[in-house]
Ligand binder design. Sequence first.
Ligand SMILES: Nc1ncnc2c1ncn2[C@@H]1O[C@H](COP(=O)(O)OP(=O)(O)OP(=O)(O)O)[C@@H](O)[C@H]1O
Length: 300
Amino acid sequence: MENIIEISHVTKDYGRGRGVFDVNFFVREGETLGFLGPNGAGKTTTIRQLMGFIRPDSGKLSVMGRDCFKEADKIHALVGYLPGEIAFIDSMSGMDFIRFVADIKKMNGLGRAQELIEMFELHASGKLKKMSKGMKQKIGIVCAFMNPDTQVYILDEPSSGLDPVMQNRFIDLVLNEKKQGKTILMSSHMFEEIERTCDRAAIIREGKIVAVEEMEKLQAGRQKMMEVTFASSDMAKAFAGEIHGAQYTEGARKVSAKVGKELDTFVKKAGRYTVTDWNVQTQSLEEFFLHFYGGEEGKV
Ligand SMILES: Nc1ncnc2c1ncn2[C@@H]1O[C@H](COP(=O)(O)OP(=O)(O)OP(=O)(O)O)[C@@H](O)[C@H]1O
């Protein structure tokens, strides 16, 4: 599969350790890639370079083979872009702004705008200056997705400011685009959103990419908290003795343990006794990242 978005050895140094440094990753055709990292890690700086708004100090960025800085106009026409913070013209109504963006995109008409307005229950006729953050975000989403011919999306924290119902609608929208083979790069703080939509995730910390992983691999690496109840306390005690790090209280029938890769061994060992109940809690992706990438540099 061809790489639609390529970022190779990109550095933008703002001084005092701020910026992005030797950033390297790509997004394949038809892939959805999640771009994750804490506040100030460099997600927006990377995305703004992809849109040609900032020139990298060194390195190269391209979308569909076009240089992002030199051919910024073509990139703007090609990409469905949702900025982290949208610069609105406050005197316009929401609808005026949508029309204005459709003109910039050289669209004939408003494409799918009406469908998206309904999907996100947006009242677009009001003035932008009177709109809440969530309503403005919905306008941004309509503008990014309204051209049905768009093949590539670059989205900076797309669901920020949306309530949970609308966040779910946004996930449905992304999954639908994905089904049509579109290529998507999106930054997010919402782990659930990334988990439900992305094929891979690139993780950035302090301006450097610390990991680019298949989502499945990230999910498989997550620990599970197992809580197994046995028919007798003797069984629970004997089982706890076989499991490294198991939590067991004398006389109880319940054993808890964190289980990672050794899941199969754990299940088979438990199966030698009579199990009366079994609870599993999977570590959230957020906890997983904090565990693996939250520590000192060089830990990854
Ligand atoms: N124009 C600029 N001049 C100086 N420093 C900047 C500039 N733009 C960004 N930075 C700094 O570069 C670093 C990366 O910022 P960036 O906005 O890319 O992070 P982010 O990952 O998008 O964070 P957030 O999740 O908070 O949006 C931060 O330390 C920020 O203060």
